[in-house]
Write a protein that binds this ligand. Structure first.
Ligand SMILES: CC(C)(COP(=O)(O)OP(=O)(O)OC[C@H]1O[C@@H](n2cnc3c(N)ncnc32)[C@H](O)[C@@H]1OP(=O)(O)O)[C@@H](O)C(=O)NCCC(=O)NCCS
Length: 215
């Protein structure tokens, strides 16, 4: 099978972690799943450009320049901010590009799960059974999603966060590192759950909650 050509968007921390997820999918050098074309970023820092060059990944330039000049390709977005990710996704989708979905081989995905297009599931993630994950969601390393839960579009679940069973996390929500959402709750669209918070009640859309119990 020919390797799928892939452009990664974002040279920052999560962009390069995404490169690692791609690399883990290419573990067999005789039949790699993806061929990394390079990384697009509209405003990369010098430090991040040096980090890309250190790992021999080509920096391709800004997103807009590629959208104007290149034929549509496959892309994956390595940008942690849900809203920014949504805007970038809309642009590339409108230009006819195709979002690739990445699952690290050490992630465990249970039965009856759906993973939306463009999502990135990192190493050590555990997704239980009957879970729906929307478009362009990011599940960071060692996060867990409980049974019968729903994770909306453009949601970011940061490292080590625990979403319990039967939870509804709506679009563009950010769940901070090591936060816990107790079972059966709803986290409204665009909400932010702070790192290490424990959510014991529903969270209203567009609000930020922090602490234990989260307020
Ligand atoms: C909650 C959060 C969104 C707040 O961001 P912010 O608005 O920029 O907050 P600030 O840093 O200005 O801090 C505002 C106040 O909240 C407190 N605070 C910040 N993060 C907190 C947290 N996780 N839990 C409890 N309190 C927190 C600060 O101490 C500060 O308190 P003060 O006003 O009494 O001094 C952010 O701190 C957070 O937790 N983001 C998730 C981070 C994460 O998951 N990182 C991993 C990336 S891979």
């Amino acid at each position: 099978m020919n390797a799928i050509p892939l452009v990664v968007i974002g040279a920052g921390g999560f962009g390069r972690e995404t490169l690692d997820v791609v690399g883990a999918n290419n573990a067999d050098p005789s039949s790699p799943t993806f061929k990394i074309i390079g990384v697009l970023d509209s405003n990369p820092s010098e430090r991040n450009l040096a980090r890309l060059s250190k790992r021999d990944v080509l920096y391709l330039g800004s997103e807009l320049s590629w959208l104007e000049t290149s034929e549509p390709m496959n892309y994956v977005i390595g940008i942690g901010s849900p809203r920014t990710r949504e805007l970038v996704d809309q642009r590339f989708r409108a230009a006819g590009w195709s979002a690739a979905t990445l699952v690290h081989p050490t992630a465990v995905i249970g039965t009856d799960c759906e993973i939306g297009e463009g999502s990135v599931i990192c190493g050590g993630v555990h997704v239980s059974t009957n879970v729906t994950i929307g478009r362009q969601a990011h599940l960071n390393p060692n996060s867990t999603i409980g049974h019968d839960s729903f994770i909306g579009h453009y949601v970011s679940v940061n490292p080590g966060a625990v979403v319990s069973g039967d939870v509804r996390v709506e679009d563009r929500t950010l769940i901070g590192a090591s936060a816990t959402i107790l079972q059966g709750l709803r986290v409204g669209a665009g909400a932010v759950v702070a790192a290490a918070a424990c959510v014991t009640r529903d969270v209203q859309s567009g609000t930020v909650v922090r602490g234990v119990p989260a307020k």
